[in-house]
Design a binder for this molecule. Sequence first.
Ligand SMILES: Cc1cc2nc3c(=O)[nH]c(=O)nc-3n(C[C@H](O)[C@H](O)[C@H](O)COP(=O)(O)OP(=O)(O)OC[C@H]3O[C@@H](n4cnc5c(N)ncnc54)[C@H](O)[C@@H]3O)c2cc1C
Length: 383
Amino acid sequence: MTTEIQSGADLVALAGEFARREIAPLVAEYDRAEHIPRDLLDKMAVLGFFGGVVPVEEGGLGLDHVTFAALVEEVSKVCQIVGTLVSMPSGLVGAGIARFGTAEQKERWLRPLAEGRIFGGSAVTEPQSGSDVAGMRTTYRKDGDSFVLNGSKAWISNLDIADFFLSFATMDRSLRHRGVSAFIIPRDTPGLGLYPYENKLGFRPICTGEVVLDDVRLGRESLVGEEGRGFEVAMTAVERGRLGVAARSVGLAQSCMDEAVAYAQERHAFGHPIGEFQIVQSKITDMAVGVHTARLLVQDAARALDRGERARRLTSMAKMYASDVAFRTATDAMQIHGAYGVSSDYPVGRMFRDAKVLQIVEGSNDLHRALIGEMAVGIRAES
Ligand SMILES: Cc1cc2nc3c(=O)[nH]c(=O)nc-3n(C[C@H](O)[C@H](O)[C@H](O)COP(=O)(O)OP(=O)(O)OC[C@H]3O[C@@H](n4cnc5c(N)ncnc54)[C@H](O)[C@@H]3O)c2cc1C
C-alpha cells in the first residue's frame, strides 16, 4: 500500500487502490463461482474497511456518512457486492443493533461485525411479504423467559458467512407493525435452517436464500429493543441500508460509464471510433449527467444523516434515483459494447445483471416512488 491514512479522503483512496489491485483480478471468477473468497474479506478486515459509521468505541471507524458513502462507492466501482458487505455493519445488519441494542449485544455482535471478524445477515423479507414488512407471518410466543419463533424468511443474504441473523417476528399478526419484535439469532441456534438459492441472475457472489425458523428458542438477551418495537429496528436497518445501496449504485454506474467511454474510443466502425457518432455520445452524456446527479443526491442524503436527521425522503430519493441511473447506464454501456457486452470477458454484463437487482433490494424502486409521492402530498411524514 502506498497511501498513508491521515483523513477520510486517504481512506477512500486506499480502498480504491485495494479494490483495483486485490479485488479486480478475482471478481469475474468469483461472480461465476457464486462465492467471495474469505481470505479477500479477511484482508479487508485488517485494513478496517468494515468499520463504517459504527462509533470507534464500538469497534468501528466512526466515519461521517459522506466519507462512508464515498468509501462504498469506491469499492463498488470494482465490485458492488463487496460494497454490500462493507455497507452492512453500518446499515442493514448493524444499524438496528447500534441504535437499539444493549451494551452486551453491541459488545458481542456489533464490535466483531464492525471489525470484520464476523459477518451477519438481516432477515426481514418473507416468502409472502417483502415491501409490506408489517405483513410478516413469522410469529413468536413466550414460554417462561424464552421466545419461541416459527416461520420463514426469504431472499436473505450472507447465508454462507453470517454468524448471526437480525430477524423479526410478530406476537399477533392482527397488530401489524405494533406486534413485531426484533431478535438476534446466532447461526448455531437449534431449529434454524438455512437453504441457499443457486444460480441467481445478479448478486451472484452473495449467498442468498431461505431462513426457516422451526421452534427457534431464544432467551431475553436476544431481544433487540423493547418487545413490540421491532418494526422500528427493522426500519432503522433498511433506511440506513438505503444510503449504502445508493452509493453502490453510483459506483457501479461510474464504472459502466468508464468502460463505455474506453470502448467507444477504441472500437472503430465505418472508419471512425464509435465515440465520434453523436448517438453514442448522447448515451454517454446521459451517463455523465446521471452519475453526477446521483452522486450529489447520495452526498445530500449523507449530509442529512450527519446532521442527525432521519432523512427518509432523501435516502429514498438517493436509492431510487441512483439505482435507476445504474440500470440505465449499464443498459447503454451494454449497447455501446455491441456483442462484446454479452461476453463475460467484459465487466458490463455482470454490472448490468447487478444493476437490475439494485432497483429491487432494500425497497423496490416502485415502493420508493410511492413513499416519495406520499411525503410530497403530505399523507406520509418525512421523519
Ligand atoms: C439478491 C437479493 C438479496 C436480498 N437480500 C435480502 C436480505 O439480506 N434481507 C432481506 O430481508 N431481504 C433481502 N432481499 C429481499 C428484498 O429486500 C425484497 O425483494 C424487496 O424488498 C421487495 O420485496 P418482494 O420481492 O417481496 O416484492 P413485493 O413486495 O412482492 O413487490 C413486488 C413488486 O410490486 C410492486 N410494489 C409492491 N409494493 C408497492 C407499493 N406500495 N407501491 C408500488 N408498487 C409496489 C413493486 O413493483 C415490487 O417490485 C434480497 C433480494 C434479492 C433479490
